[in-house]
Design a binder for this molecule. Structure first.
Ligand code: ZN
Ligand code: ZN
Ligand code: ZN
Length: 93
């Protein structure tokens, strides 16, 4: 399966790299399309007694961002997306 990005690709805000923490609200770490944090911070999962073995409830649904990269070496930029945001960006061919 291959895909290309649709016209919404111009809305993507590329970042120099995220800290990699789930639920982080920093500019460089949020979703490159909707600008909301991706995933849920660990302490919030703990507060909600989330099962660490779980891989499918609403809380962990967005834990793993979809990443795109462009450029090379120190000029490399990345963009992280929620699954649903990424889907709204691409045209599957
Ligand atoms: Zn961060
Ligand atoms: Zn998003
Ligand atoms: Zn879960």
């Amino acid at each position: 399966m291959s895909f290309r990005l649709n016209d919404r690709a111009i809305e993507v805000r590329w970042s120099k790299g995220s800290c990699g923490q789930s639920g982080c609200a920093d500019q460089e770490c949020v979703c490159a399309l909707c600008a909301k944090p991706i995933g849920v911070a660990e302490e919030i999962l703990e507060q909600n007694n989330h099962d660490p073995e779980c891989f499918g409830c609403e809380m962990c649904y967005d834990q793993v961002p979809i990443m795109l990269f462009r450029g090379e070496g120190k000029d490399m930029l990345q963009a992280a997306f929620h699954d649903r945001c990424f889907k709204s960006l691409c045209v599957v061919e």
